[in-house]
Design a protein around this ligand. Structure first.
Ligand code: CP
Length: 309
């Protein structure tokens, strides 16, 4: 694995290794690097969880973090994203973390850039580290993936999280279903659509999505007042979920729109657990990419092999 830009690039075995590696880090921690290495975090779109959990993951691994704010960078003088990344590569960045508004730009750039790129969310394309942290959360709950019924609910068409998770969950043998208003169905994802009422009774994992207002047209058909009752997770619907079923959401949450306020921290919600796992998942991805480039000390390498095996 030279870059981490799409869950479509990974086999079942590769995904399972990363999930187990992240889970192991959550229990035993990880050995920091013994070399000076630099990570550049290039965020061209707003972020709280992804950006900050990358910083925590990088610092825990002993990396030096090169922060970047596009609004006060040479991007304002017209410098392209390619030239920005080549600049960071030239001044010594060993890892690029990229969030950008253009769909699939991380994949395109990874074909032109040698330094490992991690896709931290690219437009409506993919968000593979979000998917990995979601998988870690599911693994901690069910200890396996095969035949689990996962319903992805909400703004499917505009969601990079839906796309990455649908690809990864089917690679792992889960049964994936989608639900949401017809205008947000995505024909490029060939999974069955069910109603929200069917979803709550079917799901082992109910994965809610944020409504991506920033990616909608100005004349959006959405009335957020009706949305919760028609398509969201209300307390009444939550009562019809299976006893063992869990609720997930990548956050930020639009409370009382995708999910009723009182359910955000209810017993079956794993929303804050997902954020916690974000640090471990990102540590696992960084370790794997740097390990591929031979940047880990032998001793650390040996430890990693041991706990993965
Ligand atoms: N889930 C997620 O990507 O959150 P941020 O936009 O805050 O990074």
């Amino acid at each position: 694995m030279r870059h981490f830009v799409s869950m479509q690039d990974l086999t079942e075995q590769e995904i399972l290794l990363l999930v187990k590696q992240a889970d192991n880090i959550s229990i035993h921690g990880a050995q920091p690097l013994e070399k000076q290495l630099f990570a550049a975090n290039l965020f061209f779109e707003p972020s709280t969880r992804t950006k900050m959990s990358f910083v925590v993951a990088q610092r825990r691994l002993g990396l030096n973090v090169l922060d970047f704010m596009s609004e006060v960078s040479s991007v304002t003088k017209g410098e392209s994203i390619y030239d920005t990344i080549r600049t960071f590569e030239s001044i010594g960045a060993n890892l690029i973390v990229l969030r950008h508004q253009e769909a699939n730009i991380a994949k395109k750039l990874s074909e032109m850039i040698k330094t490992p790129i991690i896709n931290a969310g690219d437009g409506t394309g993919e968000h593979p580290t979000q998917s990995l942290l979601d998988l870690v959360t599911i693994y901690q709950e069910f200890q396996q993936f095969r035949d689990l019924k996962v319903v992805i609910a909400g703004d499917i068409k505009h969601s990079r999280v839906a796309r990455s998770n649908a690809y990864a969950l089917s690679t792992l043998g889960c049964k994936v279903y989608l639900t949401g208003i017809a205008e947000w169905h995505d024909d490029s994802l060939s999974y069955p659509y069910i109603t929200m009422d069917e979803a709550v009774e079917t799901a082992d994992i109910l994965m809610l999505l944020r409504i991506q207002h920033e990616r909608h047209q100005a004349d959006s058909i959405l009335n957020t007042n009706d949305y919760l009752q028609q398509f969201g997770l209300t307390v009444d619907r939550e009562k019809r979920m299976q006893k063992h079923a869990i609720i997930m959401h990548p956050a930020p949450v639009n409370r009382n729109v995708e999910i009723e306020d009182s359910l955000v921290e209810c017993e079956r919600s794993r929303i804050f657990k997902q954020m916690q796992n974000g640090v471990f998942a990102r540590m696992a991805v960084i370790q794997s990419l740097l390990n591929e480039g031979g940047n880990y000390h032998e001793k650390t390498n040996h430890k990693r092999q041991t706990f993965i095996g």
